[in-house]
Write a protein that binds this ligand. Sequence first.
Ligand code: IPM
Ligand code: MN
Length: 378
Amino acid sequence: MDKKEDKGSRGMSAKSAKKYNIAVIPGDGTGPEVVAEGIKALNTASAKFGFNLDYHYFDFGGERYLKTGETLPDSAIDEFRKFDAMFLGAIGHPDVKPGILETGILLKIRFALDQYINLRPVRLYPNVETPLKDKGPEHIDFVVIRENTGGIYTGHGGATRVGTPDEIATQLMIYDRRTVDRCLKYAFELKKKRNAMNPKYAEKPITLVHKRNVLTHAGDLWYRAFEEMGSKFYPELRRDYNHVDAANMWFVKNPEWFDVVVTENLFGDIITDLGAMIQGGLGVASGGNINPEGISMFEPMGGSAPKYRGQGVINPMAAIGAAMMMLDTLGEAKASQAVETSMIEVMRKMKSQAAGKMGYSTAEVGDLTAKYVSEIKE
Ligand code: IPM
Ligand code: MN
């Protein structure tokens, strides 16, 4: 993935080590276990690369909701604004009706902090098994930019005549040009950086995914905005377009065609789960909810996995990957790179990325990754 310049070495007094304040929400199920392993890697990296991380823990999640009836108070959002970044484990509890924690915590944070980019690297690392026949790390290495605040997720719509045979329900895909443009800009800029980073990426297009053959209003807005921005500001970048159903097909058949994929919220939700599977499963898929001008939140994609809770069998690699992405966004590129290199080394030794089959416990994977970070040559 793309590495920012190391801000830590620029414009700062050499005497004072940089400090970042991190809000941590371990959350439900296996969330706390995997977050703990991510923190091990963060602590080792910060000690080695000369910056400080200060953690503040928040207990939002299903347990707290069941005890207090509270999901996430508005005051928490104001507090989050004071941090440099956020690290989330997982939200989801078997005793809580679906939707309450998702909208009350996760989506509330995304919307309130305007984390309008969902950044999902889909990269198959060496020795990680993919269900795709005859595909390896050289074929699966792209990034999905999912618009993260608009579309159907805005909750516009309603229901009438509920419970009768004439019931009507609507859920609207809302987009305005500004929301589309800021997402596209992020995607084009990322594509530019990736092309400069690796000639293999430069051979590939930036791909817009939508369904403009049917969604003739919303799809047309995205398509025109993509074409206009691309031709006007990024004429050197080759553009491609896929309908979302076809994109699903190509993710499976020809994942090597993709580099930067940009799409709206719901389509992004769906294709990134497919992305997670082809990169080796939820144990290794990490994501960032990014506000490029504000506070971003990083999370493993796996969810709370209640059946594995407390057994030390869950794979923390996705959480370590989320920590790695967080370091990159904070501007600690070298530290981020060191964590990624160490993850790759550990994954080479693991038997599998599936829970309970790793050949290591959750803590052992975290310890080993941290050990490699400490040993890495700068
Ligand atoms: C994701 C999740 C969330 C989403 C849910 C939990 C609300 O599936 O981050 O992809 O739909 O965005
Ligand atoms: Mn999802």
